[in-house]
Design a protein around this ligand. Structure first.
Ligand code: PEP
Length: 248
Protein backbone atom coordinates (compact mmCIF):
# COMPACT_ATOMS: atom_id res chain seq x y z
CA UNK A 1 0.00 0.00 0.00
CA UNK A 2 1.51 3.35 -1.01
CA UNK A 3 0.58 6.20 1.26
CA UNK A 4 1.07 9.69 -0.15
CA UNK A 5 3.71 11.59 1.86
CA UNK A 6 2.20 14.62 3.58
CA UNK A 7 3.92 17.65 5.11
CA UNK A 8 2.01 20.14 7.22
CA UNK A 9 3.21 23.52 8.43
CA UNK A 10 1.72 24.64 11.72
CA UNK A 11 2.38 28.37 11.92
CA UNK A 12 0.88 28.52 15.43
CA UNK A 13 0.26 32.06 16.77
CA UNK A 14 2.89 33.70 14.57
CA UNK A 15 2.92 36.21 11.77
CA UNK A 16 1.20 39.25 10.41
CA UNK A 17 -0.56 39.99 7.13
CA UNK A 18 2.82 40.86 5.63
CA UNK A 19 4.73 37.79 6.85
CA UNK A 20 1.88 35.45 5.91
CA UNK A 21 1.95 36.92 2.38
CA UNK A 22 5.64 36.36 2.15
CA UNK A 23 5.44 32.74 3.41
CA UNK A 24 2.75 32.02 0.81
CA UNK A 25 4.73 33.68 -1.96
CA UNK A 26 7.85 31.74 -1.02
CA UNK A 27 6.01 28.43 -1.23
CA UNK A 28 4.08 29.34 -4.38
CA UNK A 29 7.30 30.15 -6.20
CA UNK A 30 9.34 27.19 -4.89
CA UNK A 31 9.95 23.96 -6.77
CA UNK A 32 8.20 21.39 -4.62
CA UNK A 33 8.08 17.61 -4.91
CA UNK A 34 4.74 17.11 -6.66
CA UNK A 35 4.20 13.73 -5.06
CA UNK A 36 3.98 15.33 -1.61
CA UNK A 37 0.73 16.70 -0.19
CA UNK A 38 1.39 20.08 1.42
CA UNK A 39 -0.90 21.69 4.00
CA UNK A 40 -0.30 24.95 5.84
CA UNK A 41 -2.09 26.01 9.01
CA UNK A 42 -2.08 29.79 9.51
CA UNK A 43 -3.58 31.51 12.55
CA UNK A 44 -7.38 31.55 12.20
CA UNK A 45 -7.51 35.24 11.27
CA UNK A 46 -5.36 34.59 8.19
CA UNK A 47 -6.95 31.34 6.99
CA UNK A 48 -9.26 33.07 4.49
CA UNK A 49 -6.46 35.14 3.01
CA UNK A 50 -4.13 32.15 2.69
CA UNK A 51 -6.90 29.99 1.21
CA UNK A 52 -7.24 32.56 -1.58
CA UNK A 53 -3.56 32.93 -2.35
CA UNK A 54 -1.86 29.62 -1.54
CA UNK A 55 -1.36 27.59 -4.72
CA UNK A 56 1.15 24.99 -3.52
CA UNK A 57 -1.23 22.93 -1.42
CA UNK A 58 -4.17 23.10 0.95
CA UNK A 59 -5.01 25.08 4.05
CA UNK A 60 -5.83 23.99 7.59
CA UNK A 61 -7.20 25.61 10.69
CA UNK A 62 -5.23 25.01 13.90
CA UNK A 63 -8.35 24.20 15.93
CA UNK A 64 -12.13 24.25 15.79
CA UNK A 65 -15.00 23.73 18.20
CA UNK A 66 -17.41 20.79 18.15
CA UNK A 67 -20.54 22.74 17.25
CA UNK A 68 -21.70 24.48 14.08
CA UNK A 69 -22.63 27.82 15.64
CA UNK A 70 -23.94 29.40 18.79
CA UNK A 71 -22.93 30.93 22.11
CA UNK A 72 -19.29 29.82 22.13
CA UNK A 73 -17.42 33.11 22.45
CA UNK A 74 -14.00 33.05 20.87
CA UNK A 75 -14.47 29.75 19.04
CA UNK A 76 -14.74 28.97 15.35
CA UNK A 77 -16.58 26.06 13.76
CA UNK A 78 -15.30 23.73 11.05
CA UNK A 79 -18.18 25.02 8.92
CA UNK A 80 -16.61 28.48 9.12
CA UNK A 81 -13.17 27.16 8.18
CA UNK A 82 -14.73 25.36 5.22
CA UNK A 83 -16.66 28.48 4.25
CA UNK A 84 -13.43 30.45 3.85
CA UNK A 85 -11.67 27.74 1.84
CA UNK A 86 -9.83 25.53 4.35
CA UNK A 87 -10.04 21.78 3.80
CA UNK A 88 -8.18 20.62 6.90
CA UNK A 89 -8.09 21.14 10.65
CA UNK A 90 -5.45 20.19 13.22
CA UNK A 91 -7.10 18.75 16.34
CA UNK A 92 -5.68 17.53 19.64
CA UNK A 93 -2.40 19.42 19.27
CA UNK A 94 -0.36 19.13 22.46
CA UNK A 95 -0.56 22.90 23.00
CA UNK A 96 -4.36 22.62 22.94
CA UNK A 97 -4.19 19.67 25.34
CA UNK A 98 -1.55 21.05 27.73
CA UNK A 99 -1.89 24.84 27.55
CA UNK A 100 -5.67 25.00 27.09
CA UNK A 101 -6.64 21.85 28.99
CA UNK A 102 -8.38 19.93 26.20
CA UNK A 103 -9.01 16.33 27.19
CA UNK A 104 -9.46 13.21 25.08
CA UNK A 105 -13.26 13.43 25.23
CA UNK A 106 -13.33 16.99 23.89
CA UNK A 107 -10.78 16.23 21.19
CA UNK A 108 -12.85 13.22 20.10
CA UNK A 109 -16.01 15.36 19.85
CA UNK A 110 -14.12 17.93 17.79
CA UNK A 111 -12.78 15.25 15.44
CA UNK A 112 -16.26 13.77 15.03
CA UNK A 113 -17.83 17.12 14.25
CA UNK A 114 -15.12 18.24 11.83
CA UNK A 115 -15.41 14.95 9.91
CA UNK A 116 -19.20 15.21 9.81
CA UNK A 117 -18.82 18.59 8.14
CA UNK A 118 -16.46 17.17 5.51
CA UNK A 119 -13.11 18.42 6.80
CA UNK A 120 -9.88 16.42 6.71
CA UNK A 121 -8.39 16.07 10.18
CA UNK A 122 -4.79 16.00 11.41
CA UNK A 123 -5.32 14.31 14.74
CA UNK A 124 -2.37 14.75 17.12
CA UNK A 125 -1.28 12.29 19.78
CA UNK A 126 1.83 12.07 21.90
CA UNK A 127 3.29 11.52 25.34
CA UNK A 128 5.03 13.89 27.76
CA UNK A 129 8.61 13.30 28.88
CA UNK A 130 7.44 11.99 32.26
CA UNK A 131 5.13 9.53 30.52
CA UNK A 132 7.94 8.33 28.22
CA UNK A 133 10.34 7.94 31.12
CA UNK A 134 7.70 5.93 32.99
CA UNK A 135 7.43 3.63 29.92
CA UNK A 136 3.85 4.79 29.36
CA UNK A 137 4.24 6.05 25.76
CA UNK A 138 2.02 3.51 24.03
CA UNK A 139 -0.50 3.44 26.88
CA UNK A 140 -0.97 7.21 26.58
CA UNK A 141 -1.03 7.27 22.78
CA UNK A 142 -3.44 4.32 22.59
CA UNK A 143 -5.78 6.03 25.07
CA UNK A 144 -5.79 9.18 22.90
CA UNK A 145 -6.49 7.04 19.82
CA UNK A 146 -9.22 5.05 21.56
CA UNK A 147 -11.20 8.20 22.39
CA UNK A 148 -11.40 9.08 18.71
CA UNK A 149 -11.95 5.49 17.56
CA UNK A 150 -14.96 5.31 19.91
CA UNK A 151 -16.40 8.48 18.35
CA UNK A 152 -15.99 7.86 14.62
CA UNK A 153 -16.97 5.18 12.11
CA UNK A 154 -14.45 3.00 10.32
CA UNK A 155 -15.11 4.78 7.00
CA UNK A 156 -14.31 8.15 8.56
CA UNK A 157 -10.68 7.15 9.16
CA UNK A 158 -10.17 7.80 5.42
CA UNK A 159 -10.28 11.51 6.31
CA UNK A 160 -7.96 11.34 9.30
CA UNK A 161 -4.18 11.65 9.32
CA UNK A 162 -2.56 10.86 12.67
CA UNK A 163 0.26 13.13 13.81
CA UNK A 164 2.51 11.47 16.40
CA UNK A 165 4.04 14.40 18.24
CA UNK A 166 5.94 13.55 21.42
CA UNK A 167 5.34 16.55 23.68
CA UNK A 168 9.00 16.60 24.77
CA UNK A 169 10.06 17.13 21.15
CA UNK A 170 7.70 19.98 20.25
CA UNK A 171 9.46 23.31 19.99
CA UNK A 172 12.37 22.03 22.09
CA UNK A 173 14.94 21.24 19.40
CA UNK A 174 14.98 17.71 20.88
CA UNK A 175 13.86 15.54 17.97
CA UNK A 176 12.91 11.87 18.37
CA UNK A 177 15.44 9.59 16.73
CA UNK A 178 14.21 7.91 13.54
CA UNK A 179 14.11 4.65 15.55
CA UNK A 180 12.02 6.19 18.35
CA UNK A 181 9.59 7.65 15.82
CA UNK A 182 9.37 4.39 13.84
CA UNK A 183 8.76 2.38 17.02
CA UNK A 184 5.73 4.46 18.01
CA UNK A 185 4.43 4.77 14.43
CA UNK A 186 4.57 0.99 14.05
CA UNK A 187 2.79 0.59 17.38
CA UNK A 188 0.05 3.00 16.22
CA UNK A 189 -0.32 1.06 12.99
CA UNK A 190 -0.58 -2.18 14.96
CA UNK A 191 -3.18 -0.62 17.23
CA UNK A 192 -5.24 0.50 14.21
CA UNK A 193 -5.11 -3.02 12.85
CA UNK A 194 -6.27 -4.53 16.15
CA UNK A 195 -8.89 -1.94 17.09
CA UNK A 196 -10.20 -0.58 13.77
CA UNK A 197 -9.30 -2.76 10.77
CA UNK A 198 -6.37 -4.03 8.74
CA UNK A 199 -7.45 -1.85 5.83
CA UNK A 200 -7.51 1.33 7.95
CA UNK A 201 -4.16 0.40 9.46
CA UNK A 202 -2.56 0.12 6.02
CA UNK A 203 -4.19 3.22 4.55
CA UNK A 204 -3.90 5.72 7.41
CA UNK A 205 -1.01 8.13 7.19
CA UNK A 206 1.01 8.75 10.34
CA UNK A 207 3.04 11.97 10.40
CA UNK A 208 5.83 12.66 12.85
CA UNK A 209 6.05 16.06 14.53
CA UNK A 210 8.54 17.52 16.98
CA UNK A 211 11.54 19.67 16.05
CA UNK A 212 11.66 18.44 12.45
CA UNK A 213 14.10 20.49 10.40
CA UNK A 214 16.05 20.37 7.15
CA UNK A 215 18.87 18.49 8.87
CA UNK A 216 16.89 15.61 10.38
CA UNK A 217 13.95 15.14 7.97
CA UNK A 218 15.70 12.85 5.47
CA UNK A 219 16.54 10.13 7.98
CA UNK A 220 13.15 10.35 9.71
CA UNK A 221 11.38 10.23 6.34
CA UNK A 222 13.11 6.97 5.38
CA UNK A 223 11.34 5.01 8.12
CA UNK A 224 8.60 2.78 6.70
CA UNK A 225 5.80 3.99 8.98
CA UNK A 226 6.68 7.70 8.81
CA UNK A 227 4.29 9.04 6.18
CA UNK A 228 5.05 12.72 6.57
CA UNK A 229 5.74 15.51 9.02
CA UNK A 230 3.86 18.11 10.99
CA UNK A 231 6.29 20.98 11.30
CA UNK A 232 6.07 23.95 13.66
CA UNK A 233 9.05 26.29 13.93
CA UNK A 234 10.76 25.25 10.71
CA UNK A 235 7.56 25.81 8.70
CA UNK A 236 8.11 29.55 9.17
CA UNK A 237 11.54 29.36 7.55
CA UNK A 238 12.80 28.70 4.01
CA UNK A 239 13.95 25.24 5.19
CA UNK A 240 10.27 24.16 5.08
CA UNK A 241 10.85 23.72 1.35
CA UNK A 242 13.73 21.30 2.03
CA UNK A 243 11.49 19.36 4.40
CA UNK A 244 8.77 19.06 1.74
CA UNK A 245 11.42 17.88 -0.72
CA UNK A 246 13.15 15.51 1.72
CA UNK A 247 12.40 12.41 -0.30
CA UNK A 248 14.15 13.63 -3.45
C1 PEP B 1 4.09 21.40 16.13
O1 PEP B 1 3.75 22.45 16.63
O2 PEP B 1 3.24 20.62 15.69
C2 PEP B 1 5.52 21.10 16.07
C3 PEP B 1 5.87 19.89 15.72
O3 PEP B 1 6.39 22.10 16.40
P1 PEP B 1 7.99 22.12 16.19
O4 PEP B 1 8.27 21.59 14.80
O5 PEP B 1 8.39 23.54 16.35
O6 PEP B 1 8.58 21.22 17.23
Amino acid sequence: MTRQFIVGGNWKMNGSQATVDSLVQGLNSATLDKSVEVVVAPPALYVAKVAQTFKAGQVAGQNTYCASKGAFTGEISPEMLKDVGAQWVILGHSERRHVFGENDALVAKKVKHALAVGMQVMFCVGETLDEREANRTTEVVFQQLQAVADAIDEAEWAHVVIAYEPVWAIGTGKVATPEQAQEVHAAIRGWLSDKVSAAVSQATRIMYGGSVNAGNCKELGKKPDVDGFLVGGASLKPEFIDIINCQQ
